[in-house]
Design a protein around this ligand. Structure first.
Ligand code: S6P
Ligand code: ZN
Length: 186
């Protein structure tokens, strides 16, 4: 029987890969402006341009009601006191929500509601499920010593709005204070 990769695939929760899905890389140089400590960012970039996270997305169809999903994997590390993290985005179609499921590693999701700017920090670990409502910027952060891997499922129509984060970053940052992840104002 022929298996349609749009209907069935397998993933590796430690490797962060999905069979049949191309993997894209986000490097430190892709993250300019994301981290609060610009001097630490430039110093790190002078040492090299590591992959901060990878993303493997499955986008079977784009019609009404269709879903897309992706597995991302964030390396462990910090820029200054701030943990490695994703760029973060709103969905271009603002009402689109998303479900995140932790697969391996230890981290958090930082949410920021667009109108109220209310921030929420939610743990993302194996067996954790985080619901990201619409109209909410979301960023994932690895606070552990090993890669953080998770699955996100979202409406095909969601799209990504990175521009709003690039012009106006999240109001909170997650930094190590005495080795503990601590949410502080940017
Ligand atoms: C997509 C979903 C995730 C992110 C992934 C990488 O809606 O939220 O798959 O794409 O966490 O983050 P970012 O901010 O670089 O897309
Ligand atoms: Zn999203």
């Amino acid at each position: 029987m022929q298996i349609n990769p749009d209907l069935f695939t397998r993933f590796d929760p430690l490797g962060g890969t999905i069979e049949g899905a191309p993997q894209i890389e986000r490097r430190l140089s892709d993250m300019r402006g994301a981290f609060a400590d610009e001097d630490a960012f430039n110093a790190a970039l002078a040492q090299g341009d590591p992959v901060l996270y990878t993303l493997a997305a499955v986008a079977p169809a784009h019609g009404d009601g269709a879903l897309h999903y992706a597995i991302a994997q964030i390396a462990p590390g910090r820029i200054g006191a701030e943990y490695y993290m994703t760029k973060g985005h709103y969905h271009a179609w603002r009402p689109a929500a998303e479900v995140y499921i932790g697969l391996s590693g230890t981290g958090f999701m930082l949410l920021e509601e667009e109108e109220s700017h209310e921030s929420r920090l939610l743990p993302l670990t194996p067996n954790a499920i985080v619901y990201v409502p619409g109209h909410t910027a979301h960023r994932t952060i690895n606070t552990g010593e090993i890669p953080l891997t998770y699955l996100g499922i979202y409406p095909a129509a969601a799209g990504h709005d990175y521009g709003s984060i690039a012009t106006e970053n999240f109001r909170k940052i997650l930094v190590a204070v005495n080795g503990e992840p601590t949410l502080v104002d940017r």
